[in-house]
Structure formats: structure tokens, C-alpha cells
Design a protein around this ligand. Structure first.
Ligand SMILES: [Zn+2]
Length: 225
């Protein structure tokens, strides 16, 4: 093993999730001397030479990772773990479309109209049901409570000069566990993303959350000794 870590487990943390419409994000890909995996909000870049597997070569738009880091701020896995534990997770609710028989037309999609002319003669016309538009069914969104709990959708964690989504802070934590490292270094704090160095061969860029919320969690940097 070249890198001495589970590269499939690591890369799978960063690829697009099932149902993602940007199909090119569903698997890691190679470009020049690196392998990338991204869901368009977080991206990992790994030096190809430390990986065992081959990855398809693609030419997708890539975040450019600055070559000379401007910052060196360390965060410890214990501190990240403590912060994530302090966040109350919410029950995951999914919406499903439910089909309901149209009571107006009893599912046939057709209804009868009557018109009475000036002489009092009635006329009957069959037309599409105006309630279900001829479908015979009505479609309603139903919210279903699952047994899963997750961070609130936009849960801001302040990391140095910006806010990151708690979900992606957890991805960083999981990546650190897979690599067996205790600290990561924030090496660039750009207006739209934060760039972390996991080790000399592995970097991660995380898109910032744009928040004006006053309620947020704050990740403490490693205190200097
Ligand atoms: Zn109907």
C-alpha cells in the first residue's frame, strides 16, 4: 500500500450523493498529477503517486488550489469532535409525492357540463375534469419522518474568517480519521472557500456558507504551546 490508508473510503466521503444530477461528481477522477473527488461543495485533491488505483481522466472545471499557502492555522480532531457533538441533530424529513383519486370525476378524468340555452333547452357536454386536469388523480406532497438524524440543513460553523457547513466539517473529521491524523491546517481563507492541508499530498477545499445569522458554532484553533 503506497499511501497506507483506505483510499476508496476517503474518496467516497467527497463524491456526489446518490440522486445527484451532476453525474460527473459520482466518482473520483484524475487530472494531471492529481486525483479529485467532489460534490461541488467540498473537493479533495490527492497526489496521484500516493494512490494505488487508477481513476478515469476527466477535464471538469476544477477549483485552483493556490500553490503558496498564506495561512497556517491548525485545528485538532478532538476539538472538531467536541464541536460536532455539541450540535443538536434534527430528524431527517423526506417528502414523497402521494397519488390520490380525484373525487370530482371518481378517477375517470372526465366530467359532464350542462348548458341551458335561452329557450330552456339543456345541452350536456363531456370534458376533461377541471380539478385534476383530466388525470383522474391529484398529487400531493407528503412529509415523512425518517429514523435518521442529521445536522440542520445550513448549520454554520465559524472556522477562522468564514462559516462552513457542519456537515462538511464532519467530512473533514472523517477524512482525518481515515488518514490517522490529529490536526489539519487551514492554509488559505478565500472569500468563497477555505482550503485545508491534510498532509503534503492531500488538500481539501470547502465552499463557504454565506450567513448573516448571529447563531453559529465556532471551531477553536489549536492553542500554541
Ligand atoms: Zn378529476
Amino acid at each position: 500500500m503506497i499511501g497506507n490508508f483506505d483510499e476508496s473510503a476517503l474518496l467516497s466521503l467527497f463524491v456526489g450523493k446518490v440522486g445527484e444530477i451532476r453525474k460527473w461528481t459520482l466518482e473520483p477522477f484524475a487530472l494531471d498529477e492529481y486525483v479529485y473527488a467532489t460534490d461541488c461543495f467540498i473537493m479533495i485533491r490527492i497526489k496521484k503517486e500516493i494512490l494505488n488505483k487508477e481513476y478515469p481522466h476527466k477535464y471538469n472545471p476544477i477549483i485552483s488550489f493556490p500553490s503558496i499557502p498564506s495561512l497556517s492555522i491548525c485545528y485538532e480532531i478532538n476539538e472538531i469532535g467536541k464541536l460536532l457533538k455539541s450540535i443538536t441533530k434534527e430528524r431527517v424529513i423526506v417528502t414523497e409525492e402521494e397519488e390520490e383519486l380525484c373525487e370530482e370525476c371518481n378517477g375517470s378524468g372526465r366530467v359532464t357540463y350542462e348548458y341551458v340555452d335561452l329557450k330552456g333547452i339543456p345541452y350536456e357536454v363531456e370534458e376533461n375534469c377541471p380539478i385534476c386536469e383530466g388525470d383522474g388523480f391529484l398529487y400531493k406532497e407528503k412529509e415523512i419522518e425518517t429514523d435518521e438524524f442529521d445536522y440542520p440543513q445550513y448549520c454554520p460553523v465559524k472556522v477562522y474568517g468564514g462559516f462552513l457547513n457542519a456537515y462538511y466539517v464532519e467530512v473533514l473529521q472523517k477524512a482525518m480519521s481515515i488518514l490517522g491524523i490529529d490536526t489539519i491546517t487551514l492554509c488559505e481563507d478565500l472569500p468563497n472557500m477555505s482550503l485545508f492541508r491534510l498532509n503534503e499530498n492531500i488538500h481539501v477545499a470547502v465552499a463557504k456558507l454565506f450567513m448573516d445569522s448571529e447563531a453559529y458554532y465556532e471551531l477553536k484553533e489549536k492553542t500554541k504551546v
